[in-house]
Design a protein. Structure first.
Ligand code: GN1
Ligand code: MG
Length: 335
């Protein structure tokens, strides 16, 4: 608690600090909610073992904030007019917290799904020049790189979990065609876009009063990508009524009417800028992102939970198993 307090003084905040408390459920960074006598903020310590290039992180954030887009929560500069503050306690950033908003954890109504789709559709429709941004985690959404990491994790078997993971490894093998399909689509001229690259349901803030979309949050991974990445990660996190670590695999479902609402919400905002090949590959995006996350969770399980925060030693196994189950349900999108 002492550290965030000292760090807070480095940002241009209003009012006297009343409270600072841990907040949220991200897997990577530490987030604190800050209340002052006149405003509410979120302070975040960036995990620099994952976001290593803080210079690029700051320039990406600056490029995003330059036009002060309405779809993004305002960020607070430091006293030196920078977006990040670094000292020996870490690298920190700060943003406004809007009390009228909430981040939905699970989708429970098609209208809510439409609003989430609308939010990330508006983000896509910003259509910011992709060349002004760098890839903060190189090859972040490259399925080839993720499969290579999985293969290495299987070969090294550092945590001795390979035998236990074998049924999941076998299921994952059946979907290697997804990598080939992606290559094919790139060959068909899929254009690079400025993507959010982490379009989970809880990275949207909805208004508590109206239920309508208010802001896109978690801008850490904004950078070059393909429209199907952003649409796909929404499918991954909105179509099933379950959390990533749901213990009961039989509860995983694919709600097709939610898929329709999601498409309407998203395309209603950005259809005009998308090429035919992008629109036609949106549902494949769900398969792509679900497969990618299955591989990432599985590799992390095999590596002994080096990357994702876990609360017990089965958690990454369960996350991978659940993604593979969802992926199986997405076979209906095979054309
Ligand atoms: C991580 O930390 P969080 O929850 O924003 C991950 C995403 C995954 C997500 C899965 C930098 O995001 O790619 O989709 O977990 N972010 C990074 O819940 O690896
Ligand atoms: Mg994130």
């Amino acid at each position: 608690m002492d550290r965030p307090l000292a760090v807070l003084e480095q940002f241009q905040i209003k009012g006297a600090i009343e409270s600072v408390a841990l907040f949220g459920s991200g897997h990577i960074n530490d987030t604190y909610k800050v209340e002052t006598t006149s405003a509410r903020y979120l302070l975040q310590r960036i995990n620099t073992s994952i976001f290593r290039d803080t210079g690029l992180f700051e320039s990406n954030l600056g490029a995003l904030m330059a036009g002060k887009p309405e779809v993004l929560v305002a960020h607070i500069p430091t006293l030196e007019e920078q977006w990040l503050f670094t000292d020996d306690s870490g690298t920190w950033k700060m943003q406004v917290f809007d009390e009228d908003t909430y981040a939905p954890q699970l989708a429970d109504h098609p209208d809510q799904v439409r609003e989430v789709g609308k939010g990330f559709g508006k983000f896509m429709a910003l259509n910011l020049p992709v060349d002004a941004f760098g890839e903060i985690i190189p090859d972040f959404h490259s399925i080839d790189w993720r499969l290579k990491q999985l293969d290495e994790a299987i070969a090294n078997n550092v945590a001795g979990r390979k035998a236990e993971a074998q049924p999941l490894i076998d299921q994952a093998d059946d979907y290697r065609w997804i990598a080939e399909r992606m290559e094919y689509l790139k060959g068909q001229g899929l254009p690079l876009r400025l993507c959010h690259n982490d379009t989970k349901i809880d990275n949207i803030l909805l208004s508590r009063s109206s239920g309508h979309f208010k802001y896109v949050i978690d801008l850490d991974t904004v950078g070059p990508g393909y429209a199907l990445y952003d649409f796909g990660d929404m499918m991954r996190t909105l179509l099933s009524p379950t959390k990533e670590a749901e213990p009961d695999v039989s509860k995983i479902e694919l709600r097709q009417h939610y898929y329709q609402s999601l498409r309407e919400g998203f395309l209603g905002e950005c259809e005009g800028m998308l090429h035919k090949v992008e629109i036609e590959s949106l549902s494949f995006g769900g398969q792509y992102m679900t497969y990618l996350m299955a591989i990432r969770f599985l590799a992390d399980f095999l590596n002994g939970d080096m990357y994702y925060k876990v609360s017990h030693k089965q958690e990454n196994f369960i996350r991978a198993r659940n993604q593979l189950r969802l992926l199986k349900l997405m076979d209906i999108f095979n054309s």
